[in-house]
Design a protein around this ligand. Structure first.
Ligand code: CTP
Length: 319
């Protein structure tokens, strides 16, 4: 069968960050883009050889019991016990069971969304995925409000909610969780040992206050499977970002996939500064050796898929 060319060139990525954003020129949202149904289906089939979003989106109740021991994916020598709270919050069946959507939005957190006016367009999609509990209310015009699934890396509790040091921060998190109003809250609980307490705090809060969210905890194999898929396609990522994980999962249940807020560069296409996140003052970290992510490399792959019509990237204003 024909190969899906994701990493446009056969040579390793040339690292020249001085004018990275220029090289990544993407046509404005209004420019002609056509969905390539054949290619999308081929990609779905290929990804299914590595993982199945319906299964890997969450560990299910039937597969674990309280007291079971799990080795963290990135800290193999560290273990955790499955707590009663975690067990109580495991779904009985996949939150994506038999789900199919016409169009999905995956909203990344880049500052490129600011002044995009993309909110209304994002909200028209049948299924909207957001990352890391990013705030929406104050930014609705640019990012929309609809949220069907939102991810929460445990580190968010530290970064955005001051590790719940006092009642004010606990209340803030609680309000954010209540606002999710029945959507899926996706918590990578088994990745790194650093998240241990934070995951437990959130679980406790959800149960204690009967928060209306459908919790999901990605399977132990998801990360390696996603990495495997992209490596096979010559995209040499170290550790997939949340955004790339979401795209990879979405191929299973979305016919057309629209990406917003994916722009891991400090300058936009007109050389204006872009914030790393649309909602906070976090700085670009991906250039550091310590960062496990390779966002510009991921972006290059997504851009190539955009050009082939497998997904649509919006990096400027919406009409
Ligand atoms: N993203 C992007 N450009 C940015 C910021 C984010 O393309 N300037 C995309 C990435 O795919 C990222 C997603 O949006 O995974 C969500 O952003 P963020 O919350 O920063 O996610 P991560 O970096 O994955 O979070 P973490 O470092 O906690 O893993």
């Amino acid at each position: 069968g024909a190969e899906v060319v994701i990493n446009g060139s056969s040579s390793p990525a040339v690292v020249d960050r001085s004018n990275e954003s220029i090289k990544h020129n993407i046509q404005p949202a209004s420019a002609k883009w056509r969905h390539n149904q054949t290619l999308s289906l081929r990609i779905r089939k290929q990804i299914l050889k590595f993982l199945d979003a319906e299964k890997d989106i969450s560990v299910l109740k039937g597969t674990l019991k309280p007291g079971d021991i799990i080795h963290y994916i990135f800290d193999r020598d560290s273990t955790m016990n499955v707590s009663q709270n975690l067990y109580d919050l495991l779904p009985r069946s996949s939150p994506l069971k038999n789900k199919h959507f016409g169009t999905c939005a995956i909203v990344g957190n880049s500052g490129v969304l600011l002044n995009s006016g993309c909110g209304p367009e994002i909200d028209t999609h049948s299924f909207v995925i957001r990352c890391n509990l990013a705030p929406v209310q104050e930014y609705a015009r640019d990012v929309g409000l609809k949220t069907d699934l939102v991810t929460m890396n445990p580190s968010v509790i530290q970064r955005a909610f001051e590790d719940l040091v006092n009642a004010t921060w606990r209340e803030k998190l609680l309000q954010r969780l209540h606002s999710l109003n029945g959507s899926i809250l996706w918590i990578p609980a088994f990745m790194a040992r650093g998240g241990k307490e934070r995951v437990e705090w959130v679980n406790e809060l959800i149960l204690k206050h009967r928060v209306n969210v459908r919790t999901a905890y990605p399977s132990l194999r998801l990360l390696h499977a996603v990495r495997g898929y992209w490596l096979t396609n010559k995209v040499h990522i170290k550790r997939p970002t949340t955004g790339l994980l979401m795209y990879t999962l979405a191929t299973r249940f979305c016919n057309q996939i629209y990406l917003y807020g994916f722009w891991p560069f400090p300058l936009d296409q007109n050389q204006n500064p872009v914030k790393y996140h649309y909602y906070d003052s976090l700085k670009y970290g991906y250039t550091s050796q310590a960062s496990p992510h390779t966002m510009p490399l991921e972006f290059k792959a997504l851009k190539s898929l955009h050009e082939q019509g497998a997904l649509k990237l919006t990096v400027g204003q919406c009409d």
